[in-house]
Design a protein around this ligand. Structure first.
Ligand SMILES: [Mg+2]
Length: 102
């Protein structure tokens, strides 16, 4: 697959890392949905909250993505977007956010 895609091993590994972090975000976001932001795993003596885990996983993803930008895997243009404009575009498909159309 890598040969057809013309990826270096380093590029492939960064994509694997990105996918892994995205999966970890899905996992912890699911825990937030089920148990709440301020809950924690009952066996965790440090009582690290789901909120903190989510923040950590998003940071992990941002770290990998920043490296991908630095290595030229993806364009730097994504750093120049107007996040408020992007959010307004996404609002069209929401129902419960401030500014939702419905
Ligand atoms: Mg992680």
């Amino acid at each position: 697959m890598a040969a057809y895609a013309n990826l270096t091993e380093a590029e492939r590994e960064r994509l694997e890392m990105l996918i892994e972090e995205a999966g970890e975000i899905i996992t912890i976001a699911t825990k937030v949905l089920r148990h709440g932001y301020d809950n924690h795993h009952p066996d965790d003596p440090a009582t690290i909250t789901n909120r903190h885990h989510l923040e950590r996983e998003v940071l992990d993803l941002q770290t990998v993505y920043a490296r991908m930008i630095g290595e030229g895997d993806v364009s730097r243009d994504s750093l120049m977007v107007d996040l408020n404009a992007e959010w307004k575009r996404k609002l069209f498909w929401t129902r419960h956010q401030e500014g939702s159309p419905q």
